[in-house]
Design a protein around this ligand. Structure first.
Ligand SMILES: Nc1ncnc2c1ncn2[C@@H]1O[C@H](COP(=O)(O)OP(=O)(O)OP(=O)(O)O)[C@@H](O)[C@H]1O
Length: 251
């Protein structure tokens, strides 16, 4: 179980995440929604360790990760989608995924282990590349991929780490309409597997409605609503103050 307790970060005088306490259970998908600037991405950054909390705690299965650096949190099972800047742009899709598999196995980037286990690592990487439907692009340099395929590669690398917790921050942003279903299918598959805790920041309310078991609404860094999707979406406070104004895609 992932838990945040009174998690808070202040930037100067501004409290971007304000005493957010939430528990997230394996097998569930929680959508984090709220207007622009509500603190959603900052909340993710605090969970994954990209930002250090001003106060409060992040716990995974009871272990306090609050003071742990991001790479260690990744090792503990907190999976944040890679950004393109973390990929090797000139290496192929397959090689990038292979390196993520290798880092999970704790073999680092040592050349000896690269050669010893090369075949096995490549096979696992290829299976993931196939799952994200990038087979035809397996040999293409990461930097050459169109935007939608880059997002798929980010998900592939995340899957290669086999995290307990998946943090998806607008995974379909900037994707064309025909590319969106692939990413959503992948998230659906992860959810159906039943053992992962999935958090999703998403502006598209139709996606949220379909995928989420629960919605947490942030506003001004605070958790202002939390519950089963139909109830949260229908609540007058969310309709008028948050979703209606801030989420033009809301149906
Ligand atoms: N490193 C930083 N330094 C100063 N202020 C920051 C920093 N990161 C975030 N903020 C501020 O914290 C607030 C929350 O930002 P955040 O990006 O988390 O919002 P969000 O809900 O993800 O918004 P969006 O939907 O637009 O992505 C904003 O007011 C933002 O300007």
């Amino acid at each position: 179980m992932l838990e945040t307790r009174d998690l808070t970060i202040r930037f100067g005088g501004h409290t971007a995440v304000d005493r957010v306490s939430c528990a997230f259970h394996p097998g569930t998908l929680t959508a984090i929604v709220g207007p622009n600037g509500a603190g959603k991405t900052t909340y993710f950054n605090l969970i994954s360790g990209q930002l250090g909390a001003s106060s409060g705690q992040v716990l995974l299965d009871g272990e306090d990760l609050t003071r742990m650096a991001a790479p260690l949190r990744t090792r503990r099972g907190l999976g944040r989608a890679f950004q393109l800047t973390q990929l090797f742009p000139t290496l192929s899709v397959l090689e990038n995924v292979r390196l993520a598999v290798q880092s999970r196995r704790g073999e680092g980037l040592r050349m000896l282990s690269v050669w010893l286990n090369h075949r096995e690592l490549l096979d696992e990487a290829m299976a993931i590349v196939e799952r994200v439907r990038l087979t035809r692009r397996a040999d293409a340099p990461a930097a050459s991929l169109p935007h939608g395929d880059q997002r798929k590669l980010e998900v592939a690398m995340l899957m290669a780490l086999r995290p307990k917790v998946y943090l998806f921050d607008e995974p379909t942003a900037g994707m064309s309409v025909d590319e969106v279903p692939v990413i959503l299918d992948l998230i659906r598959e992860l959810k159906a597997a039943g053992q992962h805790t999935i958090l999703l920041v998403e502006h598209k309310m139709d996606v949220v409605r379909e995928l989420a078991d629960r919605i947490v609404v942030l506003h001004n860094g605070q958790r202002v609503a939390d519950g089963e999707p139909a109830t949260v979406i229908a609540s007058p406070v969310v309709q008028s103050a948050y979703l209606g104004l801030a989420m033009p895609e809301a149906a």
